[in-house]
Ligand binder design. Structure first.
Ligand code: SAM
Length: 270
């Protein structure tokens, strides 16, 4: 995307946006000057955030591969982002081409981008809805048509719950999705955590506060609570880089940043 690219009229492209800042951290091209400026300010405070974003994306790929290998054939990915590569459907389809993937996002730019790159893809659909209104997602006709909640389904909330403010009641929102899981279904969740870098929390939060997508860091215990009584698979709730690492970069980063900064887990409903 360039600054001149068309966007829906209702979209404010002059205000930084987390999806596009994340794309910048990942080295993508779907970002604009205000996003890049805000992202650079974040990196000035906490340079490791670029690595954390990349590690989060890699975690998402490993989690989807793990689930596809475990036999999961249905994925509800809420908070699609501006995917460039290693999208959920691409990873799932390398193992199970018949896997059904429904993406959900509330950002019209993400929707337009997703629809363009998914055109012609089999078993992949994208829906505009808001995480803060779980029923809107769970009752969406496309979601209901493509996913059968009587069979195992994985719900992915990867790098999205930290966009819910406390007033949005993230515990209640995530509990509604846990309740929707059938036995044998999975919740995949990652969330930024302030425990490792307490001095960076306020300045980084302040930058996002001026974006269209304010962010809230939460403690390890609060993030653990989002899994409720689901059973976390090994290695439990850990830094994104430490979740079943399969490459040298993840292993080195885990050694270098052992404290909680971006936590992730995959949990199964008994
Ligand atoms: C940082 S991206 C994460 C992308 C992908 N899940 C990943 O981890 O690589 C977060 C995405 O969540 C979306 N998002 C944020 N708040 C949302 C909400 N309340 N409802 C739906 N989508 C939301 C943003 O538009 C963005 O696309």
């Amino acid at each position: 995307m360039t600054d001149r690219d068309e966007a829906p009229k209702s979209v404010d492209l002059s205000t930084p946006n987390a999806a596009r800042m994340y794309d910048y951290f990942l080295g993508g091209k779907d970002n604009l000057a205000p996003d890049r400026a805000a992202a650079e300010m974040v990196l000035g405070i906490a340079p490791q955030i670029r690595l954390a974003a990349r590690q989060n994306r890699a975690f998402l790929g490993r989690a989807v591969r793990y689930l596809a290998e475990a036999g999961i054939r249905q994925f509800l990915d809420i908070g699609t982002g501006l995917p460039t590569q290693n999208n959920v459907h691409e990873v799932a389809h390398t193992i199970a081409p018949d896997a059904s993937v429904v993406y959900v996002d509330n950002d019209p730019v993400v929707l337009a981008h997703g629809r363009a790159i998914l055109a012609g893809s089999q078993n992949v659909h994208i829906v505009q809805a808001d995480l803060r209104r779980p029923e809107e997602i769970l009752d969406d006709p496309e979601v209901r048509e493509r996913l059968d909640f009587d069979r195992p389904v994985a719900i992915l909330l990867v790098a999205i719950v930290h966009f819910l403010q406390d007033a949005d009641d993230p515990e209640k929102v995530v509990a509604r999705f846990r309740d929707a899981l059938p036995s044998g279904g999975y919740l995949v969740l990652s969330h930024v955590c302030g425990d490792a870098l307490p001095e960076a929390v306020e300045p980084v939060t302040e930058i996002y506060r001026r974006s269209s997508t304010p962010i809230i860091t939460r403690s390890t215990e609060r993030i653990r609570g989002l899994f409720g009584d689901l059973e976390l698979v090994e290695p439990g709730l850990v830094n994104v880089s430490a979740w079943r690492p399969d490459n040298v970069e993840s292993k080195l980063i885990t050694e270098r940043y052992p404290q909680s900064y971006f936590l992730a887990g995959v949990a199964r409903k008994p």
